[in-house]
Design a protein around this ligand. Structure first.
Ligand code: SF4
Ligand code: SF4
Length: 452
């Protein structure tokens, strides 16, 4: 370990409860980021972020160049889309998506043999951009939270009236087993990460920033420390490795001992929280006035021949990635994201979207057998209560879900504080799919609320 590293950057902070699933990061943790080839066709859903879908600016048969805006934002909670490769628009039609239903997408035939230079964008002096204009500049990049939620980043830069943000937290915990995208970004692109962090601080008016990671990534702490100045307002800290350390509320508790109240955003306690990949892309895109066209994806698991951390153009179909990296299996072996909070992919034609940082490929040995899927009655062991980081009572919530008492779950048992981390399901010896119950309950309540 180099002389840059100091024990003061190592903080044994954490939150209450949580779990310790096997990390399984060994497949890719040491693999440097590599670029994957361009696929012959890209599929770009107009809705790959939280909020309103983008509006296409191109038509069938139109030629586009790499980096060109091809869809505009539709209002404040929306983002534009940029062409990840030069090519021609083959169609604008319904295509499979990671969100489940078919969604309207721009299908782009990529020019084979094209050097694929980014021809859009101009160099700008980011320091000369007024703080008040940074929000628009970030929206123009099309950035969304790259940690999975895909919430438009510029919306998080809008500080609610009456709130003052004193600290930016950058989330580099990557507590999901298997995934190593953020880990590699912190090691290999630390300068961009810190540059992006400083832009985020200026945009929200924060005086300091803390990049938080877990103590299983001390090489990342060292890499970041090497690009910080003496007495920098940006610092880096390692907290305990524990799931779900990367959730906003858990990170705030571990790093600055602040508790985000139920139903409130981090700004309520003076915090702005962003993901490592998001901050890194801000540091790369804003000085070039460019949009998001690619991202780093961990492709991992025992079912893939060449696991690694790959730069993948947004819109690349999973089928292409698997063909390139060697895979024998079927769609039921695939999880987009990590094993705790990711979702099973139902079609190999599903494209990589901006929010997707991982593709987990299992094989028949990891798939749950029918015997393992067998559910038993609750034995009141309390393991789920001891695991829940939100101090909920998953066992009681599970009982009510079974009786479809969804509204009572929300009103009396704080269902909406559940952020679906899956810790309760993971520890349940009776194999009760608690988190699935809670997802259904929330969805039913949302539908009812929308209809009333
Ligand atoms: S899924 Fe919800 S109820 Fe279960 S442990 Fe996580 S936060 Fe608690
Ligand atoms: S962990 Fe499972 S069996 Fe134990 S109390 Fe919770 S729901 Fe019941």
């Amino acid at each position: 370990m180099s002389e840059h590293f100091s024990i003061q950057h190592f903080l044994r902070g954490t939150f209450h409860q949580g779990i310790h699933p096997p990390e399984n990061k060994h497949f890719t943790a040491e693999k440097p980021i590599e670029r994957l080839a361009f696929p012959p066709q890209l599929v770009l859903p107009l809705s790959q972020h939280a909020g309103k879908a983008s509006v296409a600016l191109v038509r069938k048969g139109q030629e586009v160049v790499r980096g060109e805006p091809i869809a505009r934002a539709d209002g404040f909670v929306s983002v534009p889309l940029h062409a990840p490769a030069s090519g021609v628009v083959k169609d604008i039609c319904l295509m499979p998506s990671a969100r489940g239903p078919m969604v309207e997408s721009i299908v782009l035939d990529v020019y084979a043999g094209d050097p694929q230079e980014v021809l859009y964008g101009t160099e700008v002096d980011v320091d000369a951009i007024q703080s008040s204009d940074l929000m628009q500049a970030v929206q123009d990049t099309g950035l969304v939270g790259l940690g999975g939620a895909a919430f438009p980043t510029h919306v998080k830069l809008s500080v609610p009236e009456g709130c003052v943000i004193d600290t930016v937290l950058i989330n580099g915990c990557e507590c999901e087993p298997f995934l190593t995208t953020d880990h590699r970004l912190m090691i290999e692109q630390a300068a961009d990460l810190v540059a992006g962090t400083r832009i985020l601080m200026r945009a929200v008016g924060a005086k300091r920033a803390i990049i938080g990671t877990e103590d299983n990534k001390l090489d990342a702490v060292e890499a970041i420390q090497a690009v910080l100045k003496k007495d920098d307002v940006v610092s880096v800290k390692a907290v305990q490795t524990k799931y779900p350390q990367g959730a906003e509320k858990m990170l705030a508790k571990a790093l600055v001992n602040r508790e985000i109240p139920s139903g409130k955003f981090p700004s309520a306690v003076g915090l702005g929280v962003f993901n490592v990949a998001t901050a890194t892309q801000i540091g790369q895109l804003l000085p070039q006035k460019q949009g998001v066209i690619e991202r780093v994806v961990t492709v991992t698991g025992p079912g893939i021949e060449r696991p690694g951390n790959y730069i993948v153009p947004v819109g690349t179909p999973i089928r292409f990635i698997l063909e390139k990296l060697g895979f024998q299996g079927s769609a039921r072996h695939l999880i987009m994201g990590g094993p705790m909070m990711g979702g099973t992919v139902s079609s190999l034609d599903t494209p990589i979207t901006k929010g997707c940082g991982g593709l987990l490929i299992l094989n028949e040995h990891q798939l749950t057998t029918e015997e393992q899927m067998k559910r038993y009655p609750c034995i009141n062991c309390g393991a789920c209560v001891d695991a829940c980081p939100m101090m909920l009572n998953p066992c009681e919530l599970g009982r009510m879900a079974h009786k479809a008492q969804y509204e009572v779950m929300a009103e009396r048992y704080h269902l909406n504080d559940c952020f679906e981390c899956g810790s309760c399901s993971y520890v349940c010896p009776a194999a009760i799919p608690l988190v699935q119950y809670f997802r259904v309950a929330k969805s039913v309540n949302r539908t009812k609320a929308a209809a009333s």
